[in-house]
Ligand binder design. Sequence first.
Ligand code: BES
Ligand code: ZN
Ligand code: ZN
Length: 477
Amino acid sequence: MTPRFSTDVHNAIPVYVVAKGAAYPDLTATQRNWVKATGFSGALGEVALLPDDGRISGVLIGFGTDATRARGRFHLAIAAQKLPAGVYRISSGIDDLANEALGWLLSNYRFSKYAKTGVVKAELVAPEGVDAARIEAMVAGECLTRDLINIPASDMGPDALEAAFRKLGADHNAEVSVITGDDLLTQNFPMIHAVGRASDQAPRLLDMRWGEANAPTVTLVGKGVCFDTGGLNIKPGASMGLMKKDMGGSANVMGLAHMIMTLGLNIRLRVLVPAVENSISAGAFRPQDILTSRKGLTVEINNTDAEGRLVLADALALADEETPDLMICMATLTGAARVALGPDLPPFFADSDALATEISASGIANADPLWRMPFWEPYEGDIEPGIADLDNAPKGGMAGAITAALFLRRFVENTPNFVHFDIYGWIPAAKPARPKGGACQGSRALLSVIENRFCSNKPCSVDHAAGTPFTNIEQYP
Ligand code: BES
Ligand code: ZN
Ligand code: ZN
């Protein structure tokens, strides 16, 4: 179930947020003595319940210091999971109410498809002044993303991913079309077919359109590899262990699409997901095969485990044929991106400095951090093998996230505002409001970017002047 705000305002218990060492709010003498006796110091995530005639009349939540808060994102969420069952309302003490309320709701996500999980105890009333509908839409999108990733490949193969995609479309009156199996060959998506043909579940391209035909066009493309064995270049067990999450790009674009459509943004949206399983059988594609892509570029396969860029290439080529105003690609594309920045800070690649600056600033504003990396032209030669136009897996793997991004960009010729996110799609160890498992990354940042670029009726929530270091490609030597 998707967490939502409670509407039970009258019974809500007030929450006083107190930074470390700061004065307590107005309390009775008994309450003040009680709080002192509990040892409450205002440390991040600390909780003190205020008694009043046998019931809880309020709670203090510690907000820590600038330094402790800088290590995380959702600070009230820590305490929210310690509170007794009840409905709460934030009474005082913080500036960034919207993100803290978002974090509180996100901390109430449970993945309960296969086992009884802890019940939700502390509900929150929407704080005054926040856009509650927008926060709930973001939470719903993020929970959809988490669920899609958390469901294992046994129940989230290409068939099930298609069903989830169709359900999303039906929920929002979008048009959905799907090209499956050998039709991918007749309709010229040869690389999606080659990667997915070894599986018992046919490869397919999922396509959704929504919104007014004459509105600004935004196309989302997400990697939908429902399980990545590596193919004939089979992954070792430890590397294969998490590969149910290799459809994390598709789960993220579907979550973002859910946010956009729920909020009714005035854009023309298209969502494309190549949905395949990178499996092993007699029909599997092989190392040294040369594939001809939709775009006509030939690709030498030097590793069947570099399959994401192949299926995305055909989908991106299709998207680029209609030159959308903004094109976003999200994919669990390379291990190299993780080595560079770790699981919580996805790199993104964009040619437009203006777009990149907006994305970086929006990531900070929305507690959805992202870091720009370059489409580094001098490495273009690394993806050119000689006997074909492109190499899917350059030897040595140096700058693996960059060479993968450059590979994708070869299939985007017409669309200047193209951005690619190499996400991890997974939270390896639980953090406040972010349980271990499938992760939504970049979607909330992108929602703001889309609102600010195309929906001028929305107030701009991003401080464009703020930027982040290293966002301007000119700074690279
Ligand atoms: N799905 C993986 C990338 C991946 C691995 C993402 C681990 C997150 C965590 C992708 O299909 C892959 O295997 N890429 C290879 C490419 C290489 C063979 C050029 C990689 O990154 O090792
Ligand atoms: Zn792979
Ligand atoms: Zn993969």
